[in-house]
Design a protein around this ligand. Sequence first.
Ligand SMILES: [Zn+2]
Ligand SMILES: [Zn+2]
Length: 574
Amino acid sequence: MKNKEIANLLYKIAGFLSLKNENPFRIRSYERAAQSIENLSEDIENLIYNKKLLKIPHIGEGIAKKIEEYFSKGKIEYYENLRKEFPEKILDIVSVPGIGFKTAKILYEKLDIKNLNDLELAAKLNRIMEISHLGEKTQQNILRGIEFIRKNRERIFLFTGLALAESIIDELKKKARIKQICPAGSLRRKKETIGDIDIVCASTDLPGVMNAFINLSQCKRILLQGETKSSIITNDNIQVDLRVVKPESYGAALQYFTGSKEHNIKLRNLANEKGYKINEYGLFKIKNNKKVTGKKEEDIYNQLGLKWIPAELRENQGEIEKSKTNSLPKLIEYSRIKGDFHIHSNWSDGKDSIEDIAGKAKQMGLEWIVICDHSQSLKVAHGMKPEEVLNKIKEIKKINKKFKELKILCGAEIDILANGSLDYKKDILEQLDFVLIAIHSGFKQDEATMTNRIISAMRNKYVHMFAHPTGRLLQKREPYMVNMDKIIEEASRIGTFLEINANPQRLDLPDIYCRKAKEKGVLMGIGTDAHALEQMEYLSLGIWVARRGWLESRDVLNTLSYKQLMKILQQKRK
Ligand SMILES: [Zn+2]
Ligand SMILES: [Zn+2]
């Protein structure tokens, strides 16, 4: 698949255009297109052959032509020309959290900084603070940012990992005799980013499975080929490890390779206390080395006096203790989900009409959806003027009449302005079914200012939910400075809901805060932040975050029926 390659090229075009101070809408359109391609589960090559590029969200004629040019000629002339105007690695500088294009340009012009190494050196030599408006704090942030990048560089998004593992497993099932197969490692634990992909498989034909694995269509390079373990690098440069065991050891292998390391250490100690040892082949009595069990994961836990523990909880955060006393949470499941809190339509920067969104929601079996478009200040995302909001409310009333089993709520994703006030006034707020508030600007405020800004916005009685609360973009941008404990405390006090934004790059509220919020009795809601129909399927990612955060059905508002939801939304405003 060349999806990643193409997405990167489009990102780079956006980057060069920013360095040239081009029209922000134009820049945004390249970024959007890149994002869509990055999140595409289908191979972009197929879409090109079938002339379906324009079906991809945010891809218009101009960008489609450039992608086709890349496939037919191996390069894009437009990009090649842009590139010549700047040093080769200058865009790496912008990947440092906190450095925007303006700063990059200044650093390049004044200090001749052309790449990450130049930047690091300049920061260490205290040269950044020589530039008048940058100062010592920026210099420290830059050093921290470089460290962040080096640490995070090679990880992939959960969404990408799940899709890749699924396609590999499907192909293996077709080409080899497989009894059982499952992803293991951090992918099975549904961590937000994954290092490499581990798969565990049970078969009576080990060589047959290994042969199928190293001949996968995804395989670019074989790293290791063994009897029970092989590793490959895929076309997207992701490492995949496959372990094949006999069916009688499948449970043990799956448990062992799922981890986490900390969870397994604790489990091993518990086993030892009880006179057992545990490894990837099974659970054995120490005194006579006799195998007790190993076929099913559940049997291993049970033998140690524990209830089976869902993989998402295996982080040694108290799950083993809770399992002993049979008091693990009954984690939320996807089948309980009835709605989506956060969908953008073509009234702001979404790709699709409200009717098409409703059609997709019906197809997904949802009972209700909330259309949340951007508010007026967010001009790059076509934020809506108050009078447009009023029109949209009327329009949704009309569309609602056409759908029997689905209810469409009119919401808005409203900017929290720098002083903590909201981007719409009371007259609009009170007419919206649902008010979602978010930070989209002024990311650089200090912690106290940012925290107070958010809290004062939350205190507006028309507000229901706070969107993507930490503002992080995985691998791209660190959270803004905010005291999340205080936000959770206040949400608990006044009954504000917190969003679990299910966009693959956000997954925000992060799992650890979900758990904290739950403990304080804060209710959470999953929003996909979809800007195109296919992105509505991110709902399942929200479930994974919720499960890692120990959430049960009752903690998550998406499990409510339309009636229950309306009641709770109205109560919040009293
Ligand atoms: Zn947002
Ligand atoms: Zn949004």
